[in-house]
Each structure stands twice: as structure tokens, then as C-alpha cells.
Design a protein around this ligand. Structure first.
Ligand code: PLP
Length: 435
């Protein structure tokens, strides 16, 4: 049956769409999924960082069912309460002055909306993004994405007036520096862009991920993020925080920006917002939003009543069940075990992250990125019942992202499997794969 579904899927679905595994899943509950043949797996991929509070959380399911029995669609023709309730919840948890929202269906759509809002409000053309960024797959989003060249191949020419600076990736500093002794050359690069390439007064937005996701789970130093905030304020540039992957408790706070003590002008949210129901949002202060004139943007499906009800239930469950606290507490133990694994296993070069958004970077014996070691570890984990996925420009980072309400026992089991997988990879295997 498993083979059947995979075979049929491969015949019917475009190969452009990649799949991380060949598992056929029939149900998911919390941190676990079950295949059609009844085998259970710990899911520490969370459907690519989306089921942050686990699969099919009962409160989310109940809210969605209730909404479904009453109203499924409005298409912007009439008002409904689930979109208002959700906006009130978001207003309470989003940073600073953010108090107005636009809802859409996917992360990419919300990023597009954020770019349009910034351009519309500032009347400026240019956008600054970062190398290694991933913002989605529409043509606008691809223009500001550079985590992997495959996302851009064959789609040029893309949006004009996009400028790109290196991200503060300290483990592999583009300037060969070390964080302890560097002079923040990455910050100087941004300054130089505004001196040499595009005038800051021509720049509508700086868009960044507070922790780079697809690019390799990279946590920048706080100085870097604070510099972006300061610079954008100085020049009236909209600072857009793409919190699609970092939001909704993933890093132990509602949003990762909070770790750096900054408030963006525009925040982009998706993935964990509705526990898997399709929904995304962008938020800004009413001062900014009110400059977006009626008809300047719109949607048919965005803010779907069921997705909004599921999102409200998700936010309330995170709060009521103290999941941010759980995430922060369990993160400490996870980091200390992973650090120990790094110490004991030379194929692990770096362990980094915030909360339960943890990246483990794999290297070869010369310290170069090793996708081979990464793939071997992923394979072994899967065989032993743990689903993990990779990221990084070189495909050599494993994302360790259990649900934020994972239990201590589930986390321990996941870490045990991960450790066993690391230890099982032999030098010979790596060399054979390289040959
Ligand atoms: N922005 C970030 C930071 C993401 O991680 C993603 C998806 O992985 C997106 C945007 C695009 O989201 P979607 O795939 O829902 O369009």
C-alpha cells in the first residue's frame, strides 16, 4: 500500500515538489505520526516547522469543526467573528505598536503583501535582503531569496532594485572572522551598500529572518539585528521581520524578534499560526496600515474562517498550556545534550538555535560542509523512528524542531535516537560516499 501511494503520487504530482521522506502517514497526534502500516514515528520536523503545538491538537480540531459547521467562506463580502477574534489575539502577542493585520494563505503570499505595503507606504522602489534568506517561492519572494540557487534558476529576470548583504553567519563568517574579535564587517557591508549602490531614501524595506531558517538555522548576534533596526529608523525604511518559521513559540517566545529586543515595522507570520490550517498574516501599526488605501491589496481565500478559528485556538493553547515555558525549559536540556554530542562526534561542527529551533551543522574531517554525513544521520534516525529534516545552502544542517509542547520523555527519546544515529555513521561510509 505504501509503495502504491508513493508510486501513484509520483505519477500524478509534479517532480518540482520535493518530499523529504517516502512515509505514507494516516494520522498524527501530538509529537507522533503513524503510517498506514501502523508504524509510529516521532515527528521532529513538525511538517516543516508548522505543527508547533503537535498534530491535531484537540482544541484546534474542536475550534475548526465548530467553525466548519457554521461558516466556511466569506471572500471579503461580509464580516465574521473568527477573523476579528484572531486579530485581537495577534494584537496582544505581536511586538510593539503592531495592531492591524492582513490575512492570506501562505508564507510567500504574506511576504509579497509585506513588500507591497512597504513600497506603497514609502513610495520607494528598493528592497534590501540577505544572502541565504528564504522568503518563499512566488516571483517576488524568489527575488529576495538566496538560500539555494535552485529556487532562482530559470526564473530570471526577477524583481529589480533588490540588493543583498551577507547575513551574520558567524560559524562560517563570510569575512573569515570570529565573533569574539570581528569588527562586524557584515554591518559595514550594509552601510557600504547605502553609500555605493542604492540611496537609503530610495529603499522601501529591509527584510530579514530573525533566525535564518532554510538558510541553515543561523542565529545572528543581537548587535546585527539592532543595527538593522537603528539604520531603518534613521532612514524611514520599513523593517520587515519574516517570522514565518520563527513565530508562534518556536524559539521559546511568541516571536524571535523579542530575543533581540527590537520591534519591526512589519511582521510576517505563517506556518505555526494555525497548526497546519492554511493561513498567513502580516501585521503593522495602524499608522502604517492606514496608509494602505482600499483596494491596494486583497484576497479571496485569505483569512478563511476555519483557519482563523484554528489560529485563535492555537494561540490560546500555547498560552493556557504554558508552551512557551515548556519550550524554554526543555531547550536548555536539549542544547546541553546536543553540545555534548558535538564534543563526542567530529562530524558535528556546530549546534545553534533558540528555544526548540535548533540547527546541527555537519562537517567533514577538514571542517567543510558535509551533506553526506547529514543524509546518513537523517536516514538512520528515520530507520529508528525519528523524522527530522535538513536545511542550509549546502544541505548540511539538521533542523531539530520538536513541537513546543513535546514531553520530556519524547524529547529524550528523540535525542537518544539522534545520538545513536550520530555514533553509527562510520568514517568508511563517509569516504565511500565521497569517492
Ligand atoms: N519565509 C520563511 C522564513 C519561510 O521559512 C518560508 C517557508 O519555509 C516562507 C517564507 C514561505 O512560506 P510558504 O511555503 O508558506 O509560502
Amino acid at each position: 500500500m505504501r509503495v502504491n501511494i508513493v508510486k501513484r503520487a509520483k505519477k500524478l504530482l509534479t517532480p518540482a515538489l520535493g518530499w523529504d521522506t517516502e512515509l505514507v502517514i494516516r494520522r498524527g497526534r501530538g509529537a507522533e505520526v503513524e503510517t498506514k502500516t501502523g508504524k509510529k514515528y516521532l515527528d521532529f520536523s513538525c511538517g516543516t516547522a508548522t505543527t508547533n503545538i503537535g498534530h491535531c491538537h484537540p482544541k484546534v480540531v474542536a475550534a475548526a469543526k465548530h467553525q466548519m459547521n457554521n461558516l466556511i467562506h466569506t471572500g471579503g463580502v461580509y464580516f465574521y467573528d473568527s477573523i476579528v477574534k484572531l486579530s485581537e489575539e495577534l494584537k496582544a502577542i505581536t511586538p510593539g505598536a503592531i495592531d492591524m493585520f492582513f490575512f492570506s494563505n501562505s508564507g510567500a503570499e504574506a511576504v509579497e503583501g509585506a513588500m507591497k505595503l512597504a513600497k506603497s507606504v514609502t513610495h520607494r522602489p528598493a528592497i534590501l535582503s540577505f544572502r541565504g534568506a528564504f522568503h518563499g517561492r512566488t516571483l517576488g519572494c524568489v527575488s529576495i531569496t538566496s538560500s539555494k540557487v535552485k529556487y532562482r534558476k530559470n526564473y530570471e529576470p526577477l524583481l529589480p532594485s533588490v540588493y543583498r548583504a551577507p547575513y551574520a553567519y558567524c560559524y562560517r563568517c563570510p569575512y573569515g572572522q570570529h565573533r569574539e574579535s570581528c569588527a562586524f564587517e557584515c554591518i559595514q557591508f550594509v552601510r557600504d551598500i547605502f553609500k555605493q549602490e542604492v540611496h537609503p531614501e530610495q529603499t522601501a524595506a529591509i527584510i530579514f529572518e530573525p533566525v535564518q531558517g532554510e538558510g541553515g538555522y543561523i542565529v545572528p548576534p543581537a548587535e546585527f539585528v539592532r543595527f538593522l533596526r537603528k539604520l531603518s529608523l534613521e532612514h524611514g525604511i520599513m523593517l520587515i521581520a519574516d517570522e514565518v518559521q520563527t513565530g508562534f513559540g518556536r524559539t521559546g517566545k511568541w516571536f524571535a524578534c523579542e530575543h533581540f529586543g527590537i520591534e519591526p515595522d512589519i511582521i510576517v507570520m505563517a506556518k505555526g499560526i494555525a497548526s497546519g490550517f492554511p493561513l498567513s498574516a502580516l501585521g503593522a501599526s495602524s499608522k502604517i496600515m492606514k496608509q494602505w488605501t482600499p483596494g491596494a491589496h486583497g484576497t479571496t481565500f485569505g483569512g478563511n474562517p476555519i483557519s482563523c478559528a484554528a489560529a485563535t485556538a492555537t494561540i490560546r493553547a500555547i498560552r493556557d498550556e504554558k508552551m512557551l515555558e515548556n519550550c524554554e525549559a526543555l531547550s536548555v536540556g536539549a542544547f546541553s545534550r546536543l553540545e555534548k554530542m558535538k564534543h563526542d562526534n567530529p562530524i558535528v561542527g556546530d549546534v545553534r538555535g533558540l528555544g526548540l529551533m535548533i540547527g546541527v551543522e555537519f562537517i567533514d574531517k577538514d571542517g567543510a560542509p558535509s551533506a553526506t554525513a547529514t543524509d546518513k544521520v537523517l536516514e538512520r534516525c528515520l530507520e529508528a523512528g525519528l523524522i527530522l529534516i535538513s536545511c542550509g545552502t549546502n544541505g548540511n544542517v539538521i533542523r531539530f524542531i520538536p513541537p513546543i509542547n513535546v514531553t520530556p520523555d519524547q524529547l529524550r527519546r528523540g535525542l537518544d535516537i539522534f545520538e545513536m544515529a550520530l555514533q553509527s555513521v562510520t568514517e568508511e561510509e563517509l569516504e565511500v560516499a565521497h569517492a
